[in-house]
Ligand binder design. Sequence first.
Ligand code: SPQ
Length: 425
Amino acid sequence: MIFKKVNKLNGELNIPGDKSVSHRSIMLGSLAEGITEVHGFLNGADCISSMNCFRQMGVDIRYDGNIVTIYGNGLTGLKAPAATLDVGNSGTTTRLMSGILAAQPFESRIIGDASICKRPMKRIMTPLRMMGADITSELGNDCAPLIIKGTTLKGIHYDSPVASAQVKSCILLAGLYADGETSVTEPYVSRNHTELMFESFGVPVSVSGTTVTINAAQKLIGQKIMVPGDISSAAYFIVAGLITPNSCITIKNVGINPTRDGIIEVVKKMGGNISYSNVSNDVGEPTADITVRTSSLKGCTIEGEVIPKLIDEIPVIAVLACFAEGTTVIKDAAELKVKESNRIDVMVNNLSAMGADITATEDGMIINGGRELHGTVIDSMMDHRIAMSFAIAGLNADGETKIEGSEVVNISYPTFYDDLKAMMN
Ligand code: SPQ
C-alpha cells in the first residue's frame, strides 16, 4: 500500500470495537451461565481467534457480523478440544486462555503464528505454576507451543514484575477456579477490563492501589455487553488530525477508561487541540466522542505510570513526536520489545529511514522533532500497529511511503484504510 502527502483530513468516524474488551467478552461469556450478547464486537483476526478457540471447546458462539451471541457452558462446562488451539497472532488469547485452561479437567495445546512463538510466556508460566498448574513450553524456550494439563489450583498472591494486563488477567481467570483468595500486585496499574467485566458477570473484585483480589467464583451470569470503540485504534486518527494541516476529525464512541487514556494526557501535555463531547458512563466502560484539530505541538517526557495506559499507542506517538517542536523522551517502555515486533527498534529504524532524528534507548526512544519526513519503503514486520503508524507518517511525508505487509491491519482494524480514505474527501 502506498501513501502520499495530503493537505487536509476531515470528517467523522465510528471506530471499531475495543480489542481487549472483545476478547474478554468471548471468554467470560463462554464461562457464564445463560446467554451473553455482545454488541460492537471487534471483527478482527485476533478476536476471531479467541472466538474459534472457545468454539473448539464446545461453546456455541454465533456471530451475524453485528451481534455475537454466546450460549455459555458455565464455569465447569468447557469440553476438551479435539485439536490444537490456534491463537494466530494474539498474545491476549494465548495468555488469558492459559489461565482458564490451567484449571480444566483436560489437556490442551496452544499454537500460534511465528510472532506468537517468539513472545515470552514465562511471565504467565511462573505464577500459574505457583498456583499448581501444569504448563510447559513444548520447545523448552518459554514460548508457545504450550502444553497445559488442567489440574486443581490454589490461590496465591503474586507480585508481578511487569505492569501487564495479560499477566494480571491470566492469574485472575485461573483464580476463578482456585482454592482461596487470588491477588496480583503490579508496579503500575494496567488496563482493568477484566476486573470491570468480572464485576458485571457477578464476580466480586476488590481493588486497593495496584493490587486486585478475587475469590473462587460459584458462577458467572451471562450479560449484555456494549463494547466501546477502541482508543488504540482511535489513536491513529487522533495523531493524523493533530499533525496534518487544515484538519478536524471527530471519532465517535471511543472508550476512555482511565487505564487506557494515556494518549489523551500526552496530547494535552504536548499542547494538542483535543476535546471530548457526549461523555457517557452508562455501559460499564466510559465513552466519549473525541475531536482533534491541527495543532502546534511541543515535545515532552513520557514515563512511569502513564506507560501502561498508552503502551500500544507508543508507535504512533513516536510519529506524533516527529511533528512536535523540541525533544520527546519515552522511558520505562521496555515492554515494547516483546510485542508483535520489537516496537522500539522497528519504529526507530523506519522513522530514521524517513529522515527523523530518533534514537533508541534501553527502555524507549528519544525524538528530536521538527525534521521533514520523506517517503521510503517500510517493512511492517507483520505488526498491525507499525503498519497503521506509518500510514499516518506517510500522509505527512514528501514522496511515496510504501508499506509492505499492509494487510496486517486485519488483526485489530480491518477497515482502517477505508476509514482513512474517507477522511481525505
Ligand atoms: O494481544 P496482543 O497481541 O498482545 O496485542 C497488543 C496490541 O498491540 O494489540 C500487544 F501487542 O495489545 C495488548 C497490550 O499491549 C493487549 C492487552 C490486553 O488486552 O490485555 C494488554 C497489553 O499487553 P500486556 O502485555 O501489557 O498485558
